[in-house]
Design a protein around this ligand. Structure first.
Ligand SMILES: *[C@@H]1O[C@H](CO)[C@@H](O)[C@H](O)[C@H]1NC(C)=O
Ligand SMILES: *[C@@H]1O[C@H](CO)[C@@H](O)[C@H](O)[C@H]1NC(C)=O
Ligand SMILES: *[C@@H]1O[C@H](CO)[C@@H](O)[C@H](O)[C@H]1NC(C)=O
Ligand SMILES: *[C@@H]1O[C@H](CO)[C@@H](O)[C@H](O)[C@H]1NC(C)=O
Length: 383
C-alpha cells in the first residue's frame, strides 16, 4: 500500500511537472542574451552561478560531492572566462574582486567562480583575490551593532540583496578550505540580516534597505528572492561541507528562516502565477525576475528539506515565466534592476534567474524520479 501510494505520488508528480521545463533551444537563447547584457559586478557573479548550476551541476554546490570539486572546469567554460575578465579588470591595491560601485557584497558574488578558476588556471593569484575579498568583508566593511556586515562600504546599510552575494561565498570559502567558522559565518550573517530586515508587523516579508542615510523599507520582490536563493545556496554549501553532521541544527534553523520568507512571499502570488514587483502592492506590475528566482529557491528548498508545500506555487510561477520569454530569449515583464519601481525592457539578472529556475526544476524532477532522500535528512547516513 505504502509502495502503491509512493508510486501514485511519483506518477502525479512526474505528470504534473512534465509540462514544465524549457527547451534546449530556449535555454540557449536565454543564456546568450544573458552573456550579451551582463555588465555590473553582481550580474557577472550571478551569471557564473547560473552557468555552474545549469551546465556544470556536478561542480556546483548542488552536485553530489562538490568539496573538493570533483573535477577542474575547462578553461573554455564561460564561468572561467567571466572570472578571468573580472581579475583582468581588478583595481590594483583594492581587496574586492571587482569594482562594486561602493557595494561591499556585490563583488563577492564572483567569489566561487574565482576559486574554481584558481584550479583551472593553476594560478594562485585567483585564490589570493578570493582571500582578499573575504578579508575585506570580514575586516574592513563597517558592521551593524548586531554584527551584520554592511552592504555598503561607506556606511552601515544592510540591503537584502547582500544575502545572495556574500554569505554563499563565505560558506563556500570555508567549505573549500576546511574552516567551520567560515561555513557557519555565512549562515550567521543571514540571521543577522533577518534581525534587521524582517518585517516586525506580522507579514514576515523582508524590507529592501534599512539603516544608513536613507532607507527603502518596501517589500521589493527581487530583494526577497535574492534572500531566498542566497539562503538555499548557503544551506546547500553547509550540507555538502565536511562539517555537515555538526551543523544539522544550524541548517534546520536556516531552512526555517528560508521557508518563513518563501511562505510569506507566495501569499501574494497573483492568479496568473506571477508576483507583483512589490509583494504587498497587488496593483504593482507583475515581475518575471523575482517570480523566477523565488520559484527556483522553492524547488531547491523542497529537495533540501522534503517540504513540498510551495511546489504548486513554483509550478504556476514557472508556467507564467515561460510565457514571458520572447523568441530571442529575452525575459519580458521585468523590473528595471537599477530603478526598483519601474518596469524595464530587459534584465541581466532576470536572464540568470530563468537559468537558475531551469536548473533547480531539473534537479527537483531528478530528486522525485530517483526517490532520493531530502538533502538534510540524508546527512546522518554517511556517518
Ligand atoms: C561583466 O562582464 C561584461 C561582459 O564580459 C564586461 O563587459 C563587464 O565589464 C564586466 N563587469 C565587471 C564589473 O567586471
Ligand atoms: C590555488 O592554485 C594554486 C596554484 O595552482 C594551488 O596550489 C592551490 O592549492 C589552489 N588553491 C585552492 C584553494 O584551490
Ligand atoms: C578560519 O577563518 C577565520 C577567518 O578568516 C580565521 O580567523 C581562522 O583562523 C580560521 N580558522 C582555521 C582553523 O583556519
Ligand atoms: C502594520 O500593519 C497595519 C495593519 O495592516 C498597517 O495599518 C500599518 O501601516 C503597518 N505598519 C507598518 C509600519 O508597516
Amino acid at each position: 500500500m505504502r509502495l502503491l501510494h509512493s508510486f501514485i505520488t511519483l506518477s502525479f508528480a512526474s505528470l504534473s511537472v512534465s509540462a514544465l521545463g524549457l527547451s534546449d533551444d530556449t535555454v540557449a537563447k536565454v543564456k546568450d542574451k544573458m552573456l550579451n547584457i551582463i555588465h555590473y559586478s553582481w550580474e557577472n557573479g550571478t551569471a557564473t552561478e547560473a552557468l555552474l548550476e545549469l551546465d556544470e551541476p556536478d561542480v556546483s554546490v548542488y552536485g553530489k560531492k562538490p568539496f573538493p570539486p570533483p573535477r577542474v572546469l575547462s578553461a573554455d567554460s564561460p564561468v572561467i572566462k567571466i572570472a578571468q575578465y573580472a581579475l583582468a579588470g581588478r583595481v590594483p591595491g583594492k581587496k574586492p574582486i571587482m569594482d562594486g560601485d561602493g557595494a561591499s557584497g556585490d563583488p563577492a558574488s564572483m567569489g566561487v567562480a574565482v576559486l574554481l578558476a584558481n584550479s583551472t588556471l593553476q594560478d594562485p593569484t585567483y585564490f589570493r583575490a578570493a582571500a582578499d575579498q573575504l578579508d575585506f568583508l570580514l575586516n574592513d566593511v563597517p558592521r551593524a551593532p548586531n554584527g551584520a556586515i554592511s552592504h555598503r562600504e561607506s556606511e552601515v546599510q544592510p540591503w537584502n540583496d547582500f544575502v545572495y552575494m556574500a554569505p554563499p561565498f563565505i560558506s563556500y570559502y570555508g567549505a573549500l578550505t576546511g574552516n567551520i567558522t567560515l561555513v557557519k559565518e555565512g549562515k550567521r550573517q543571514i540571521g543577522l540580516y533577518r534581525e534587521i530586515l524582517k518585517d516586525t508587523n506580522g507579514t514576515c516579508l523582508w524590507h529592501h534597505v534599512m539603516m544608513g542615510s536613507w532607507q527603502d523599507p518596501s517589500f521589493w520582490g527581487t530583494g526577497m528572492a535574492w534572500v531566498a536563493a542566497g539562503a538555499t545556496r548557503t544551506l546547500q554549501t553547509m550540507a555538502k561541507s565536511q562539517f555537515a553532521f555538526q551543523l544539522i541544527p544550524d541548517m534546520w534553523e536556516l531552512a526555517g528562516w528560508t521557508g518563513e520568507l518563501i511562505n510569506a512571499a507566495w501569499q501574494y502570488q497573483k492568479p496568473d502565477g506571477s508576483l507583483p514587483n512589490h509583494a504587498n502592492l497587488p496593483d504593482d506590475f507583475s515581475d518575471a525576475a523575482w517570480t523566477a528566482l523565488l520559484a527556483s529557491a522553492t524547488y531547491r528548498l523542497a529537495v533540501q528539506t522534503g517540504n513540498e508545500q510551495w511546489i504548486h506555487n513554483a509550478e504556476k510561477a514557472f508556467k507564467w515565466v515561460e510565457t514571458q520569454i520572447a523568441d530571442d530569449g529575452t525575459l519580458k515583464s521585468v523590473v528595471n534592476p537599477l530603478s526598483w519601481w519601474e518596469l524595464g525592457a530587459q534584465s541581466p539578472e532576470g536572464q540568470a534567474f530563468v537559468l537558475l529556475l531551469q536548473a533547480a526544476y531539473r534537479d527537483f524532477c531528478k530528486y522525485k524520479q530517483t526517490w532520493a532522500a531530502p538533502t538534510l535528512l540524508s546527512i546522518g547516513w554517511s556517518h
